[in-house]
Design a protein around this ligand. Structure first.
Ligand code: KIV
Length: 267
């Protein structure tokens, strides 16, 4: 199967819904790629679900480069999108291009950054440098202090118009897709209808061109997932049960026994 490029993903709008999931390491990337996702997001959500941080604000470029490299080493067919962490693109255009370049050098096929019209100049410069950019509007967790928490966006007067303006500005600046997070479904659908690039939603209803979920939420590894994340498996339960059996067998002496002791046995 052919590699998914940003251009191919863009052309999926109106033809096929886009399935994106996060992954942060080599084996997870291999597994989600084998499962057939279109895009893998090395999200800064790794701050919470991998590093145990309270939010994404202290995720660094070094964290993102290290995890992007690990995912890219899996050589997935899916598009690999590297998330630009807090303060890696806000300060000025030059820094934004340099940091996007570091993620591309780490193996990202594209980068994602949070924000709308206010960062259109960064998007334009990164695209001009040759790196495809995915936008991210609605709830932008890197701006949660200013937003006043992780709230649903699109309800307050003027927010729907602002979201549309942001989406249009990002499109004009050259993004190939836009993530819309935790937004009133009717607003996300309206934006989806009004722009030409695909929208990929999380907690913003079904009227988008695609969906994205965080690996740990989808698989039941996060004990406190957001209400809009469907749990497709209970991996925490599977892992707990398997490790408890291992502990029990070590204590009882049942493991390793003859079967798992050298020399190797033919299976
Ligand atoms: O970092 C992340 O996982 C994200 C998704 C929630 C879209 O940005």
């Amino acid at each position: 199967m052919e590699k998914v490029t940003a251009r191919k993903l863009m052309k999926m709008k109106g033809r096929q819904k886009i399935a994106m999931v996060t992954a942060y390491d080599y084996f997870s990337a291999r597994i989600v790629d084998e499962a057939g996702v279109d895009a893998i997001l090395v999200g800064d959500s790794l701050g919470m679900v991998v590093l145990g941080l309270p939010n994404t604000l202290s995720v660094t470029m070094e964290d993102m480069v290290r995890h992007t490299e690990a995912v890219a080493r899996a050589r997935p067919r899916a598009l690999v999108v590297g998330d630009m962490p807090f303060l890696s693109y806000e300060v000025d255009v030059r820094e934004a291009v340099v940091n996007a370049g570091r993620l591309a050098a780490a193996g990202a096929d594209a980068v994602k950054l949070e924000g709308g019209e206010e960062f259109a100049d960064r998007v334009r410069a990164i695209v001009r440098a040759g790196i495809p950019v995915m936008g991210h509007i609605g709830l932008t967790p890197q701006r949660y202090l200013r937003l006043g928490g992780y709230r649903l966006v699109g309800k307050k007067p003027g927010e729907a118009e602002e979201l549309l303006r942001d989406a249009e500005a990002l499109q004009e600046a050259g993004v190939f897709a836009i993530v819309i997070e935790h937004t009133v479904p009717e607003v996300a659908e309206m934006v989806t209808r009004r722009i030409e690039v695909p929208t990929i939603c999380i907690g913003a209803g079904p009227g988008c061109d695609g969906q994205v979920l965080v690996f740990h939420d989808l698989l039941g590894l996060n004990p406190e997932p957001p209400y809009f994340a469907k749990k497709y498996a209970d991996l925490a339960g599977v892992i707990r049960e398997a490790v408890a059996r291992y502990v029990e067998e070590v204590r009882s002496g049942a493991f390793p026994g003859e079967e798992y002791s050298p020399p190797p046995k033919k299976k």
